[in-house]
Design a protein around this ligand. Sequence first.
Ligand code: PEP
Ligand code: MG
Length: 589
Amino acid sequence: MSNIEPSHQSSFSIHGIGVSSGIAIGQAHLVSNALLEVVHYQLPPHLINEEVTRFDNAILTVKKDLEVIRSSLSKNAPAELAAFISTHLSMLADKSLSEVPKEIIRKEHCNAEWAIKQQMDDIVDQFEAIEDEYLRERKHDVVQVVERVIKVLLGHPRQAPNLTKEKQQQENAIILVAHDISPADAIQFKQHHFAAFITDVGGVTSHTAILARSLNIPSIVALQRARDLINDGELIIVDGSLGVVIVNPSKEILAEYKLRQDQWSLEQQKLKRIKSTKAVTMDGTTIDLYANIEVPEDVEAVKASGATGIGLYRTEFLFMNKREMPDEEEQFQAYKQVAEAMHGLPVTIRTLDLGADKQMNPDSVSDCANPALGLRAVRLCLSEPQIFHTQLRALLRASHYGNIKILIPMLSTLSELRQTKLLLERAKISLSKQNVPFNESIALGGMIEVPAAAINAEAFAKELDFLSIGTNDLIQYTLAIDRTDDAVAHLYNPLHPSVLKLISMTIKAGAKLGKSVAVCGEMAGDAKLTKLLIGMGLRQLSMHPSNLLSVKQQILHSQTAKLISNARKVLNHTDLEKIEPLVAKFNLQ
Ligand code: PEP
Ligand code: MG
C-alpha cells in the first residue's frame, strides 16, 4: 500500500455499526445509485447536437466496458455471466435504447440522462404488461443497462464488476462505499479482494453484513450518509472493530492506524497457531466448531480455519444473479463438490431460504408488506413443490459422495415438517426407481429460528434428527426487530432475556430427546458469547470461518463446570441491563 499518502483536505470521521472487525486503509470507490440521481434540465437549441454526441459516446463507452468484462471473465465464472453480458450488449445495441433517446433529446430539448431514463420507464412499463414471468423479469436487465449508461453520463466510476484490469490489481487498497448493497450484489464481490466495505444502511445480521463478514474484510453498516460525504478516490480508514470511518486522515492518524493494522495482523497470525488444536475446554468438554458457507468456493476458507465440518451451507446464494433457477444437475454438482472436499466431515446443507432480504436478483423487491413474515424459506418451497423436489433430489444424489445432512429453515409448525418429510420420501422413491445411489438414512434437521418452534422445540426434536438454532432470525422475530433496519439496530440484542430463554428451552428439548443442538446464527461466531453458550449446554457452534479461531481460543481457556454455574446466574436474570455486565464480568474469569 505504498501509494497511500495522507491528504491535505480536511479530515473527519463518521460512525456506524462495525459488522466485521479489522482495519483497512485505502481509496474510496463509490458504488453509485445512478438512477436516483438523474435530474431533468432543458438545453438551448444550439447545444442539442452536442448532447446527442454525448449520448452516443456514453453508449459506446458502455459497449466497450461490457466487451472488456466479457473477455476478462475468469474460467471459474458462472456460465450465465457471459450470456448475461451478451444480453446486455444486445439490449444496448437495440434501437429502443440507442436511438429513441436521441429522438427524445431532439424533440424535448432535454438532457441525455433524462431522455434515456424516460425511455427506460416506458420499456419497463411494456415489460410489466407481459404475462410470461420470465420475459417480464427481463425488465431488470433493461434497468441495469440503462444504469450503466447513466453512470457514464454522470461521470461516475463504474460498478465493481466494471473495474478495469489495472484497477482490479489495486483492489486490495479499494474500499467500497455504497448506500446499500443487496446480498445478490455482495455475493458477486466474493470474486474480488476489496480492502473493506461500508454502507449507509443495514443491520448487524442483515445478509449483506453476513456476507461482508464472510469476505473477511472490515465492514461497517448504518453510516447514514457515507456516500454523500465521501468522494470517490479519497483516502479513508475503516476501523471495523469500532465502527468508525476516518476520511482524509492526517499524517499522525494515518501512522497510528498503520501501526494498529500491523498489530491486528500479528494477532491474527498468532491465532493461526491453534488451528489444529482440538476445541476442548480445560476440564475436557469437546466442542464441535463448524463453519458456515455460502458458495462451494468457501470450502477453502473452511479448511484454513481448522473447522471440523460445515454446520450451515446457505444454498440460496446458488440461486442468485441467475437468469434461471439452477437445475438439478447444477445443484447436485455444487453440493457434491462441497461434500467431497470435506472428506467425510459433516456437511449440513440448508434447503432454499429465499425471500425477505434474500431475493434472486439485486433489483427484485418483494411486493408484500412484511417480507420477513411472508412466503420465505420452507413456506416458499412447500408452495413451489417442483423447486423443492429438484433440490431434494440434488441433495440426496450428493449424499452418496460425503457426509451430507439436510437442514430445513424457518419451521414454525409440525405440518410444514411433515410435508417436507413426505416430499423427501417422494424424492427418495424417484431416485430409487432410477437406481440412483443416495444415503437412505440421511439425517434431517430443522432450524429453530421462529419463536413458535423454540417454544415447541420438544415436538420438533421428536420428529427430527437434529436442531440448529438460527439466532439471527430468532432475535428478529422474538424482539420484533427487522434485522436489516439500522433504525432499530440498537435494539437488536442477543442477550435479551427472552432470547436466552428460547435458546435454553431448545437446548433442553434436544438434551431430553437425545438430539444434538447447534447454533448457526451470528451468535455462534461472537467470541464474547462463547462462554455463555457453552455454559448453557451447547456443544456445537457453526460460524463464519474467520471467527472460528477466536471462538476456539475462548474454549481453550474455559472450565465447563464454571461456565455452567455462570450461565445459570445469567439465565436467572430478567433484566437486560443486569445481564450485559454479568456476561462481560464472566468473560474475564
Ligand atoms: C439465522 O437466522 O440465524 C440463520 C443462520 O439463517 P440466516 O441468517 O441465513 O437467515
Ligand atoms: Mg435465518
